[in-house]
Structure formats: C-alpha cells, structure tokens
Design a protein around this ligand. Structure first.
Ligand code: PMP
Length: 430
C-alpha cells in the first residue's frame, strides 16, 4: 500500500476540478437546461458529476479523458460491464428488425421464460420500463387481490419513485402517507409490534431481501422465513423487491435464502443495460391482469417488453450461467474479506457490508461521530476514489462486473483502504 494522503473534501474537490474542466463546463450548461443540471437525482454529486463519453467492459471514460473502473455499473444494472459483445450483437440484430411495435414479439416471451425458469416462485410475469412501475404494479395487484389498502415497507428501503414508494416525501398527499407503514429492519419482534392489531388491514409487505440503497444490508434468512410465515398467517401478500439483489445468484436472492414470496420485482440486470423491469409471481395474482377476464387491471405501457431491451436482457441472462455467478460472487466475497481484514488490521473506523457481487463501504459508523460528520467522511472518500479512478456510488456502494480482472479488484481493495485511512486521518486532525 502506498503512504496515506490526507484528503479533506476540499482537497479532493480541488483535485477533482483540476481533472474535469470539460465536465464542469457541460454541467454549467446543463444547469440551464435541467433542474440541478441533471435528469436523475441519483447521478448528481457535489461539485458536479463527470460526464461520460463511453464505457467499455469494466471501464468508463469521461469527456476529459479520465478512465475509471466502473463499480457503479449504472446502479448495479450492467453485470457484464459495458458493451459486452453478446449484448451488442443481440441489440444490433434486433434494432435492424425494428425497435418497437404495437404488438407482442417472440423475444419478450423468451425473456419471460428465461426468468421464470430461474425463479421458482414466478409462474407468470409482466414487463415494465422501470423498477418503479414494477413495484407500483406489484402493490396494486396485492391490493386488488386482498381488497385491503395498507402496505408496509422497511426502514432504509428504496422501491422507486411512485407515491407509495416515497410516502412521506414532499408532494405526496397525507391520504397516501396514511396507507404506508414503515417497519424496523430485520427485527421480527419489532414488525409484530408495529403491526399489532392492524394485520388484517395490510395488502402487502414489500422487502428487499438484500437492501440496496439502505446500505447493502442482507436480511437474515431466519427473519425472511418468519416474515413469510407471518404474512401467510394474516393473508398478506409478500413482495420481494429483487431489482438489485436478483444479481446475487442464478435463482435470485430468494434462491439463496430459500424463502418463497408471492410476488417478485425485477429490474437492472434483466434489461441487460436497457430500460426494462418486470414483476411476477403466483399465477392467481398475475391473472388479475389477464385482459381476457372481466375486470382485468389495466396495464398499458408503450414500451413494455421493448424488444431491443428484451434482446439485451436475454443475452445477458444467457451469459450468466451458474458457474459465472459462482466466480463473480467468489470475487465479491474475497473483496469484502480483504476490506474487513484491512479495516481491522489498520484499526479503521469503517465497515463493509454486501452480498454476492455487491458491497458497501461505511465510514465512521463505529465511533461516536455525528451523522453530518459521517456524511462528510463518505463524501471525501467518494471523491478521493473518483480521483483515483474508481467510480462508486456517492453513498459508498459498488458492484463488481464479470469483465473485472482479479488484479483490478485487488487494486480496488488497496485504493479503498488507502482512501479510508487518508480520509479518517484527515478528519481526526481537522
Ligand atoms: N427497487 C429497488 C430495490 C431499487 O434499487 C430501485 C432502483 N435503484 C428501484 C426499485 C426503482 O427502479 P427504477 O430506478 O428502475 O425505477
């Protein structure tokens, strides 16, 4: 490991600005065209994000020519990295045959078959354009099936941007907020207590078996099994949001933990880098969408099951054999061990969580630092990593992709340890 530097946010920001003048200019222009210069809250970070020129395999190149090992992979959706030859070939072949039709195509059926063959709880599914729509429809089906209105989700959860997913946020009516209960994470006694007397008001409990935005926190399998038994006892639909965590195994997170939900939502990798997501599960629930039946729930969507996205998703899943999952997950496990051991060895106030190919580096969580101090440590760490050529989520999350080499992952571990050490040392002096 090289000698630790002592970056503060200010130092890291100065370095970042010096490396990215073209991105600075484009961001400045963008702020006049889009609120906050961006079309998506999640890609902004201060002082401005680098604009990407292109991606290839495990790497991104920004418009200033800086190259990054891409650990964000468009928020975990590109498990084969950028422009994988199988995916490019499938997309090019489909684009040449037309990009969208007001009619179904064979490729959407093939992708549905592929997902259903991997996930035993999914008898039938429907495609959407985003994970947001997938969770929205899963909850709507649960309400339609149960005739109940209330839904419950977990503290730290992220299920997209529809009103029920973001209950409590600005712009969402009180009437909607009143229909959403927040539950304590991984705590069955707490869940029982929070829902006591209201169990029969609940249409659905939605949970990420591995929380993504909440810090890449896996729920314990025992907790998920108890939640399954609880929901069954009270006639509540259990929804697994596997939009991120489907990437942790060939049969998804539910295959890893051996717990069967009623409905599952998918996104990210199932579109192979294109805009495609899905929700699926028990046939009796999904059949509420069967237009041949009276009173079917309307599920339009101009681009649902878009054939270009479906072709990309199919090529991606076909490439992801059980052996490839095993190899990628072993690399994820080795990275997490190397980081955890490195933090302990150096006595650093930092931790790593994760599952499969996912990881999240948490700074300053063990000591008695304030939330604001933790946030600024995380920010300094993130910018330092960016300056070192590692593209992570600002909150410290990363995901490995199949084209990453062992040497690149070893280099990543060294860079994380070096920058955590530097940032913490800087904070302790400051
Ligand atoms: N659920 C989970 C677990 C997610 O991580 C996300 C996106 N990060 C969503 C839902 C929403 O998906 P989308 O951004 O495609 O709407």
């Amino acid at each position: 490991m090289t000698a630790p530097t002592l970056p503060t946010v200010g130092d890291a920001e100065a370095t970042f600005r010096a490396r990215t003048p073209r991105s600075a200019a484009l961001f400045e222009h963008a702020t006049r065209a889009m609120p906050g210069g961006s079309t998506r809250s999640t890609v902004y970070f201060a002082p401005y994000p680098p604009y990407i020129d292109h991606g290839s395999g495990a790497h991104l190149t920004d418009i200033d020519g800086n190259v990054y090992l891409d650990l964000l992979n468009n928020y975990t959706s590109l498990i084969l990295g950028h422009a994988h030859p199988d995916v490019v070939a499938a997309v090019v072949a489909q684009v040449g045959r037309g990009s969208a039709f007001g009619a179904p195509t064979g490729v959407e059926v093939a992708l549905a078959d592929e997902i259903e063959s991997r996930v035993q709880s999914v008898d039938e599914l429907r495609f959407t354009n985003s994970g947001t729509e997938a969770t929205m429809f899963a909850l709507r089906l649960a309400r339609a099936a149960t005739g109940r209105a209330v839904i419950a989700k977990f503290e730290g959860a992220y299920h997209g941007t529809h009103d029920y997913a973001l209950a409590g946020s600005r712009g969402i009516p009180e009437a909607v907020n009143a229909l959403v209960v927040e539950l304590p994470w991984d705590d069955m006694a707490g869940v029982r207590e929070r829902l006591a007397g209201r169990e029969r008001e609940l249409a659905a409990i939605i949970i990420e078996p591995v929380q993504g935005a909440g810090g890449v926190r896996p729920a314990t399998p025992g907790f998920l099994a108890e939640l399954r038994a609880f929901t069954e006892r009270h006639g509540i639909i259990l929804v697994f949001d596997e939009i991120i965590c489907f990437r942790i195994g060939y049969h998804g997170a539910q295959g890893e933990v051996g717990v069967t939900p009623d409905l599952t939502t998918f996104g990210k990798i199932v579109g192979g880098g294109y805009a495609l997501a899905a929700f699926g599960g028990r046939a009796d629930l999904m059949d509420l969408l069967d237009v041949r039946r009276p009173g079917a729930i309307v599920h339009g969507g101009t681009f649902n099951g878009n054939p270009v996205a479906a072709a990309a998703g199919l090529a991606t899943l076909r490439h992801l054999t059980p052996a490839r999952f095993e190899e990628l997950n072993a690399r994820g496990a080795a990275l997490r061990v190397a980081l955890a051991e490195g933090f302990t060895r150096a006595g650093l106030d930092a931790a790593v969580t994760g599952a499969g190919s996912l990881f999240h580096v948490h700074l300053g969580g063990v000591g008695s630092r304030s939330a604001a101090c933790q946030a600024s440590l995380q920010q300094a760490f993130h910018l330092s990593m960016i300056n070192d050529g590692y593209y992570l989520a600002p909150r410290g999350m990363g995901a490995l992709s199949t084209p990453m080499t062992r040497a690149e992952i070893d280099g990543l571990a060294d860079a994380v340890l070096r920058n955590v050490q530097g940032v913490l040392a800087g904070a302790d002096r400051g």
